[in-house]
Design a protein around this ligand. Structure first.
Ligand code: ASP
Length: 427
């Protein structure tokens, strides 16, 4: 049986067990099953920690090797230009889809006043925590400055991916200018680190079906299904937007730019999507995203190692789309009319906010506060949506990762770096 099939079974059984535990607890007050799931929860956490453990060595090694072997630094500039253009364009499209759907559906216009009061009261404590976290966020000027690490080891130790990527790019670019014998020695070592990382990922992924089962059981067992009822329209709007963006925007991009059949693309990226969904973290999924790009889609290491770590850090279409819907929803609940100029500003701020969000669980809700502030919508409104955020985080992370992989496919094609297979050569 394929690994993907086993992981899918883990996911489905996990959801079933979690929902059963939740319903039994709600109906009878019997929480034996919920407690049992609680006991297994550390296994899921262990899996996420193990796979995250490999991110730094893998990103550094594969990016160094990729950049050092480019040969010409102008190629690096071209990669960077294309990648950023792709990321920003698709993210802006994603927010626009979110806003358009919210105008159409008006999910906040139909929420009952008692639900509103209840949600605001229930989640007010968590809201304060998020607002405090958001207040710690540095200003745009500092964000740009922080991209230059004063100490790369410190950046790696703190998981500051953008700073680490900048350092690695500079080092790799310089390495490409080395004398041949030195370059070979340098690349040889990091190629080995890259290979070792892949072997370790292979080991960790053997446990993925069990980990996904535990992670999904835990999320659904804890989930407040009552909250879903009052937020059903909002949840459906976000999900519809995510589906629309994934099927429409990415299919079009991989078909027109990548010249790959969308069906083939979606079939090949399932493993990364499912892991993104289960972990809610683009960063934790990165080792698998890299493996999927190279092994399943035939993207060269040079393109994948550049486009994907950057994407996991700055490209979050799902997050941006959800932020668009969330701002509109909260504004509608509070009776604030956001006309088209205000909505245009949201396209800009949500794009930037999604770039600023880290690839970790719930990062999007923190940067959403900036978008709310900018739009003049009360920040306390996030209390309304916190109850369903866990589930939406899973979905938007899967979309974020799909976006990164679509970029890798398209950029590889334009650079002639897509290994020809029967399906990728349909041109
Ligand atoms: N969890 C998302 C990610 O890692 C970020 C977010 O939207 O919260 O891609």
């Amino acid at each position: 049986m394929q690994l993907y099939t086993k992981i899918t079974i883990g996911l489905i059984v996990g959801v079933m067990v979690g929902v059963a535990a939740n319903l039994i607890n709600a109906a009878t007050g019997n929480h034996v099953l919920i407690d049992a799931i609680g006991v297994t929860k550390p296994l899921g956490t262990a899996f996420i920690r193990a796979i995250t453990m490999i991110v730094i060595p893998l990103v550094v090694a594969s990016l160094l090797v990729g950049v050092a072997s480019l040969g010409d630094l102008r190629v690096l500039g071209r990669f960077a230009g294309k990648t950023l253009a792709y990321y920003i364009t698709t993210t802006a499209i994603a927010v626009t889809i979110g806003l358009a759907l919210s105008n159409l559906v008006k999910p906040g216009g139909r929420i009952a006043p008692e639900s509103r009061a209840q949600l605001l009261a229930e989640y007010s404590a968590q809201t304060e925590g998020s607002i405090a976290l958001a207040a710690e966020k540095p200003a745009v000027k500092d964000l740009l400055l922080n991209m230059i690490p004063t100490n790369p080891i410190d950046a790696a130790a703190n998981g500051d991916m953008l700073a680490l990527i900048v350092f690695t790019l500079v080092f790799g670019a310089a390495a490409s200018l080395l004398r041949d014998d030195l370059k070979r020695a340098f690349l040889g070592f990091f190629e080995a680190v890259n290979e070792i990382s892949m072997i370790v990922i292979g080991w960790i992924m053997k446990t993925a079906p069990y980990a996904v089962f535990v992670l999904l059981a835990a999320v659904t067992a804890d989930f407040g299904f009552d909250v879903l009822r009052s937020l059903v329209l909002y949840t459906v709007t976000v999900i519809a937007g995510l589906l629309l963006h994934a099927t429409f925007t990415y299919s079009l991009a991989v078909r027109v730019i990548g010249r790959v059949s969308p069906l083939y693309f979606f079939k090949r990226v399932r493993e990364a999507q499912i892991l993104g969904f289960s972990t809610s973290s683009s960063n934790a999924t990165l080792p698998v995203t890299l493996a999927v790009a190279e092994r399943e889609l035939g993207v060269s290491n040079r393109v994948a190692s550049f486009v994907l770590p950057l994407g996991a850090t700055i490209n979050m279409d799902g997050t941006a789309l959800y932020q668009g819907v969330a701002v509109m929803f909260i504004a509608q609940v509070f009776g604030i009319d956001l006309h088209w100029m205000a909505q245009l500003t949201i396209v800009l701020t949500a794009t930037l906010a999604s770039i600023g969000a880290a690839g970790v669980p719930s990062a999007g809700i923190i940067t959403l506060l900036v978008v709310l502030q900018q739009a003049g919508v009360p920040e306390t409104g996030i209390a309304l949506i916190l109850g369903v955020d866990r589930i939406l985080d899973m979905l938007r992370t899967a979309v974020n990762i799909t976006g990164d992989l679509s970029a890798a496919t398209c950029i590889a094609r334009t650079e002639n770096e897509l290994v020809e297979t029967e399906a990728t050569s349909l041109a």
